[in-house]
Write a new protein. Sequence first.
Length: 570
Amino acid sequence: MDKSEIAEVLNEVATLLELKGENRFRCLAYSNAARTIESMSEDPTAVAKEGRLGEIRGIGERLDEQITELVTTGGMKFHEELKSSFPDGLFDMLKIPGMGAKKVKAIYDKLNISTLGELEYACHENRLVDLPGFGTKSQAKILAGIEHLKKYRARFLLSDALGESLGIIEALEGFKGVKRCSLAGSIRRRVETVKDVDIVAATEDGGPVMDLFTKLPGVAEVVAKGDTKSSVTLEAGINVDLRTVSDREYPYALHHFTGSKDHNTSMRGRAKKMGLKMNEYGLFRGEEIIPCSNEEAIFKALKLDFIPPELRESQGEIEAAEKGELPDLVEESDIKGVIHAHSNYSDGSTTIKDLARACAKMGYGYLGLCDHSRSARYAGGLDVSSVKKQQDEVDKLNDTLNGFRILKGIESDILSDGSLDYDDATLASFDFVIASVHSKFNMSEKDMTERIIKALANKYVSILGHPTGRLLLAREAYPVDMKAVIEAAAEYGVVIELNASPHRLDIDWRECRYAKSLGVKISINPDVHHLENISDIAYGVGTARKGWLTASDIVNTLPARGFLEALARR
């Protein structure tokens, strides 16, 4: 091992000891030893093997033994034991500029956060604002540091990819040489995380279009450039591929590059059975192309109803399109109310009044207020007196709001034994209750499933919140039998939340069809903590469409009275 490798291990031991809360002198002994090793003129490995490390100032008997073990075996047992006692994600958090071991320890100890993704989500929920040693400015700096680190990961949230790519689409649509263009690939199918962005554009001269594309603001690197395909890496770290085709080829190319791979394979197989050939350049009978001016015409030529991009996952959509049985998918315009919003009573950044005004301005008819319950101390959960105070405020506001209504809800923690966070009298005071798991994720699948089902049996539970607890690219779902949970929701008449936060998108679209088959209703909820989160409803609608859901499957497509009546049916 060279000097830098030895020093790196010693510095990591110092950091791990600080994370454990060891006294600073012990931590300093390892960091000082690291500096000593790096400044040595001799090869430390040779010195260790000759038994002379103990002669160096600052390296005592214990450090002598550990460094000798490291250079002779390639590892240090003490270092490995320390490292195994912490989640790997803490080391990623240490890479954030300004985040030393002391701050990481505070976040881990106080908020039980152990990954970058959990930390990012906590920042979006304002969890660091009131944490001693942090604050609003510190939280903003941490978010900026996380954005920097995210540039180097392999996959991105749908929201991040969309946010970066829509500006490119706007620039291409405004260019005189482009006749039409569209996002393609997994981003067009509204897959929850994406590897890269695909764009297809119709033009008769690809050269000028590629010149524009490769010089757009936000392009950090041009990976490849040609007249029909170019690839760039954005400053955000996302790779974007642009393909140009003629206007005649555009519908076929758009369908092909939208995918999915399995959907395309099935479509080509259907074309072959009909004596046709299908590829990215066209739909052919022999050498003759079948003219199609858009994707709808392609499907029609294959005797199919148009299949929306979100459904193109080879999940039975072709068979349904052949029989005319595709659902009339929910649209964002179908949503009538914003459910699951946090105010500044708990961890939201906005007053109830401003939340209501923002929702009304966006055309919604009601707001379902859902601050955290009292067990969520990390999020400013409401005690019973705060619940009463908030409900009094809602009553007064409702007297002043013409044609808009604020509903009194709560996001109650599901405690580890499956009980809720308040007594029955308090629960009965709400218009509706969202029950969510926020703690003790390390249960067995059996125990977690029983915990959630017990909560669903509680007569005051209206909606099950983010049912698997996942944070995309950050935290896996806790072990839970979702089939059993959905069946219990059907039995007890409980609605399941589709949490529209792009960090969650939970319930997963793959589970939606089973819920639909049992008559379980879904509520598309943006989990608002800031006013801009209201628009996250769009991501939830995209996921609902992937799950084959219609407006009639979604309870908040109903007006306020109908929404409450639907919840009361249990």
